[in-house]
Design a protein around this ligand. Structure first.
Ligand SMILES: [Zn+2]
Length: 118
């Protein structure tokens, strides 16, 4: 089945949002059912952990590439860049528990203020 952007209406706030191809592909890669979300990303985030910090685990980070991904509590991964790391980037190895915040960029959601969860 080819992926394509779907326009959906959020059941919480009533706003129209896009169920993006990248999101669908990610669900597929994670072996999840392709399930269109019922709420927009913002409302889902609010439900997730509330505003502010979320807990995640570093899926991988490559210092030479200056970016990596965090496995989120909701099962999806989120991109993070070296500039979003607080502290020593060499400590952000696979399976490191971290706190992070989510911000929306023109390239999609991105984790910022990524720091060690101890
Ligand atoms: Zn909404």
């Amino acid at each position: 089945m080819p992926f394509r952007d779907q326009l959906l209406t959020c059941q919480s706030c009533g706003e129209t949002f896009v169920y993006r191809v990248e999101e669908q592909r990610l669900q597929k890669e994670m072996g999840l059912e392709l399930e269109p979300p019922t709420r927009c990303a913002k409302c889902r985030e609010d439900v997730d952990t509330g505003p502010g910090l979320r807990a995640g685990i570093v899926k991988w980070y490559q210092e030479d590439k200056h970016f990596g991904f965090i496995s989120q509590g909701n099962g999806s991964d989120i991109f993070f860049h070296r500039s979003g790391i607080e502290g020593d980037p060499t400590k952000f190895v696979e399976n490191t528990p971290v706190w992070y915040e989510v911000t929306e960029t023109d390239r999609g959601l991105q984790a910022v203020n990524v720091h060690l969860r101890e």
